[in-house]
Design a protein around this ligand. Sequence first.
Ligand code: GLV
Ligand code: MN
Length: 193
Amino acid sequence: SDSDPLQDFCIGDLKASPSINGFPCKSAVSASDFFFSGLGGPLDTSNPNGVNVAPANVLTFPGLNTLGISMNNVELAPGGVNSPHLHPRATEVGTVIEGSVFVGFLTTNNTLFSKVLNAGEAFVIPRGLVHFQWNVGQVKARLITAFNSQLPGAVILPNTLFGSNPEIPNAVLTRAFRTDDTTVHNLKSKFAG
Ligand code: GLV
Ligand code: MN
């Protein structure tokens, strides 16, 4: 859903300051600007979530600048969870390459649509809706996702709410989650930084 380009391509000059929409065009262009090697994995999933996401967006693959499209390589350890998150600037479409993944998204009425997907199956997440993936198999799972934005952005709910800088006041979070200070403090300690 990015705006339409007005030229064949405009390889992003990441050293220049971002302009109103994306990056200025780089002047010297070569074949390598149109290719990217970072979607193969394997990725390190030894973290509390058991997930790792390698993006091919305008920041890692500047050839995407002005073209309104990007991808991710997502790997999940057995039991791993890609936390509930949303992309403010893009609809997401994805396919499972290996493993068995519970994919879900929530509507603005809090209806959950979900399914367990296996290799070769695909899903779509409408723009801006909260979604997650959970590896329900015994082995690692891998997905390739794609977006109609060169930089879809990701608002990862646990990190946004409990790991912001500066922090959201505890008074806000205890009220919002109808819980106590200890619980909020404990959650913040997991997401600080
Ligand atoms: C998965 O939801 C992703 O954003 O790549
Ligand atoms: Mn996503």
